[in-house]
Design a protein around this ligand. Structure first.
Ligand code: NDP
Length: 778
């Protein structure tokens, strides 16, 4: 194109980035991507191949690691772990820093390799993926440096298995590896089959950076290799990918006692109010849904636009879409590149073209004649229940609908099984800050979109998974308590046929929705003391009682909106009322368990209620130190509806140690009382009734844990399940929890000591919600 032609047309000329260096790099290494284990390349076999989606050309062969190869990698990681941990925070910080420096030196190669392999525009890989990945290593070099001082009492898990998808290959690798290493873990990571090449460059950077052999191991392959890694003897699994595979991993790890974090799909709303800066909102939308061809878990893929401006907004948006440039990812003037693979292209086509409702608009920009390209697309006029409004398309396709009021916007936004991100555009800061906490999502962007940083937690709720990556929250997920006192041995219920103690036989009911309720099944069980005396009867709750308790929790959602001050007052009031009846409770505990420890347990219970009264207005969020002009508020929001199975021992203290943190943080709770000694918790009904606890905030069931646990774990309206009951229940709970991907916590604690309270409990009772608010005009 001549200079005159450029002036005449004002069109972009080509600005190609050369692929030469990257292709030569691959060729010099035999043209095969394969396992990197114990600091060296493993056997490289071209079992599969990696192709450039923009051209269809073969880039490299790819080794499909077998289960044995995966096991060897885990073994290498296991061997390397103690020394890596022992190196200490400063020693690890130096290595992480060296990796960051090495990545900076190879940033061009990394960016070109990423664009060749994934099809993303070089503009994005060069300016977003690679710098953010490097930032992650810098930030976590700092996390390692401060590990001992900032995370006292925490220790690494050991060997972490990590599985990442193809949409941000290098960035996801950084998100997984940097915090794990900072905390003293070693890792075995599986890149996605379509995109393993930047991980190969990374492996070489690690060699040069002096990462000790075995600390970082990579196993290439497909889903079977991933499944082999899940099945291997690792101490933690961290996964990013589809909800479907996340669910399989939840089921595969059930009962193994290893922690899991899942970062899954989304169908994130992008909400535009009539007072928004429309041009900015449209530019934001380009980033929300056409960044990385829409293959972004938190893509703003559901446009909700105020009815009053909808027609104008859609027209302006179409004009902007027509101006997008789609083509060679290595051209620096390209906005939209290739989708990752022809298989993904077919999946997008099948979803969009199989849709008959709504009106589909494809951008009028020319498409390359070869390669996996799909035009930027807008579909308007769909019903909220339409498949395309509900399901992740994972391509450059935006669906749109309208709303009339802020309340309707929130209702539509939350009408999804996902809860990853949401974007709000309005010039009214009051409206934005009113709505942000109401949206069911882990990340909210106000007048901006797709902002990420190593210092700001990222992750979802509902079927978008659980756990956070980034910031101290992300670090904590790679640690566990360094030492826990052994939990007391679970006592069994006493048998007997003695007469009622005191002469009157009483049957404790259930406590649901602020009232004592008869069990649906009409059954109860005798409770005996150690010498066989009949102490009373406890109701046997069933599935219907579970349903009623969950409905009561749903009706008490207002609790989450109360102030910490109010919740503190109620917790103190509970303590005061328990204190007034301390002797009676102590006597009951002694009658149930024998011995004379009742008074001490009641005293510890009063203290525990005070502890969480203290935390209620003190477990703060923070403003994360992100490198933008603005703030990223990492707020603590209530987890929601929590079901908790109480330990058998310390029946009053154990119950209150689970109820109180949930209450303090604004969550609602359904507690299943100690199976062996339920009457200590049922006596507490009257304390609840006289302490201003709103109906439904605390519900207490009694009965068989083995029967109630699956009902609670599979209930779609239970957001988290904590079990301090029989360890044998764990597998069933975790498997059943895969339905709505609820958070689970299988614990065993000595509740009479310091391990029975504190940050682990507060963290479990909250979700971190990161709200990004950039500053400035224009
Ligand atoms: P997957 O969830 O299938 O893949 C993610 C990772 O898990 C890949 O490394 C994959 O291997 C691996 N994997 C696949 N099956 C298993 C298994 N049974 N056990 C362990 N690991 C496994 O996502 P895809 O890449 O196939 O994409 C499918 C859909 O997932 C997309 O259309 C999109 O909707 C969604 N997705 C969501 C992402 C997100 O960030 N939330 C990211 C990517 C995809 P391999 O790729 O080698 O087969």
């Amino acid at each position: 194109m001549s200079v005159k032609e450029i002036f005449d047309t004002m069109d972009y000329g080509p600005a190609p980035e050369s692929a030469k260096e990257a292709l030569a790099w691959l060729e010099a290494r035999g043209g095969i991507a394969g396992p990197f284990v114990n600091g060296a390349w493993g056997e490289l076999r071209a079992d599969m191949e990696s192709r450039n989606p923009a051209t269809g050309e073969r880039l490299a062969g790819l080794t499909k690691c077998t289960a044995d190869e995966v096991a060897a990698a885990v073994k290498a990681a296991r061997k390397a772990q103690p020394a890596w941990e022992k190196l200490g925070g400063h020693g690890r910080a130096k290595v992480l820093y060296a990796i960051a420096r090495g990545m900076q030196k190879q940033s061009r190669l990394l960016a070109v390799m990423e664009s060749l392999d994934n099809g993303k525009p070089i503009r994005e890989s060069r300016d977003i993926d690679v710098p953010l990945a490097i930032r992650h290593f810098y930030h976590h070099a700092g996390a390692a440096q401060l590990f001992e001082s900032e995370m006292p009492g925490r220790a690494p898990h050991g060997v972490c298995g990590q599985i990442i998808p193809w949409n941000f290959p290098l960035l996801m690798l950084a998100w997984k590896i940097a915090p794990a290493l900072a905390a003293g873990n070693t890792v075995v990571l599986k890149p996605a089959e379509y995109t393993s090449l930047s991980a190969m460059v990374f492996a070489e950077i690690c060699q040069e950076a002096g990462v000790p052999p075995g600390v970082i191991n990579l196993v290439t392959g497909d889903g079977e290799t991933g499944a082999a890694l899940v099945a291997a003897k690792v101490d933690k699994i961290a996964f990013t990918g589809s909800t479907e595979v996340g669910r399989k991993i939840r089921e595969a790890t059930a009962g193994r006692g290893i922690p899991l974090t899942l970062e899954l799909g989304g169908k994130s709303p992008y909400i535009v109010f009539d007072d928004a800066d429309i041009d900015s909102a449209i530019e934001g939308l380009v980033d929300a849904i056409w960044f990385n061809q829409g293959q972004v878990c938190c893509a703003g893929s559901r446009l909700l636009v105020h009815e009053a401006i909808a027609d104008d907004f859609h027209e302006r948006l179409k004009r902007r879409m027509d101006g997008l440039r789609i083509g060679d990812p290595l051209d620096k003037c390209i906005d939209v590149g290739a989708v990752v693979d022809p298989v993904q292209l077919s999946a997008i086509k099948e979803m969009v073209e199989g849709n008959t409702a709504g009106e589909t608009y494809h951008a009028a920009c020319p498409l390359p004649s070869t390669g996996a390209f799909y035009p930027p697309t807008l579909i308007t006029g769909l019903a909220p229940s339409d498949r395309l409004m509900q399901e992740e398309i994972f391509g450059p396709v935006l669906v749109s609908t309208t709303f009339r009021t802020p309340a309707e916007a929130v209702e539509l936004a939350d009408n999804t099984r996902y809860g990853l991100a949401a974007t709000l555009w309005t010039e009214n800061v009051n409206l934005a800050l009113d709505l942000a906490p109401k949206l069911a999502a882990g990340v909210i962007w106000v007048n901006a979109t797709n902002l990420f940083d190593a210092a700001a937690p990222f992750g979802g709720i509902r079927e978008s998974g659980f756990g956070r990556e980034g910031g101290p929250e992300g670090m904590r997920a790679y640690t566990k308590p360094a030492k826990l006192a052994a939990a007391p041995k679970a006592p069994v219920a006493y048998e007997g046929d003695g007469a009622p103690a005191g002469g009157i036989d009483r049957t404790a009911k259930l406590y649901i929705g602020g009232k004592q309720a008869r069990p649906d099944g009409g059954y109860s069980k005798a409770v005996h003391g150690p010498k066989g005396a009949l102490l009373g009867h406890a109701s046997l709750a069933n599935r219907k009682d579970v349903r009623n308790a969950v409905e009561a929790m749903n009706a008490a959602k207002g609790w989450g909106k109360t102030t910490g001050h109010l919740r503190a007052q109620i917790l103190y009031y509970l303590a005061e009322n328990l204190s007034a009846r301390a002797e009676e409770f102590a006597a009951r505990i002694d009658a149930l368990q024998g011995g004379h420890k009742g008074a001490a347990e009641v005293e510890a219970s009063i203290r525990r209620l005070f502890t969480y009264g203290a935390w209620a207005d003190r477990y703060d969020g923070r403003a994360a130190g992100v490198p933008i002009r603005g703030v990223a508020l990492a707020m603590k929001a209530p987890t929601g509806n929590i079901a908790a199975l109480a330990p058998a021992a310390t029946p009053l203290l154990g119950a209150l140690s689970l109820i109180a943190p949930a209450m303090a943080m604004g969550s609602r709770v359904t507690l299943v009382a100690s199976e062996a000694f339920p009457l200590a918790a049922t006596d507490f009904y009257q304390v609840l009734e006289t302490s201003d606890v709103p109906a439904g905030v605390v519900n207490i069931l009694t009965g068989s844990h083995a029967e109630l646990a699956p009902a609670l774990a599979s209930h779609m309206d239970v957001d988290a399940l904590w079990s301090f009951s029989e360890p044998g229940l764990a597998a069933g709970i975790e498997r059943a929890s895969a339905g709505n991907l609820k958070r689970t916590w299988i614990g065993a604690r000595d509740f009479s000591g310091p391990d029975g309270e504190g940050e682990d409990f507060l963290e479990a009772a909250t979700e971190v919600k990161t709200i990004w608010i950039p500053y400035g005009e224009g």
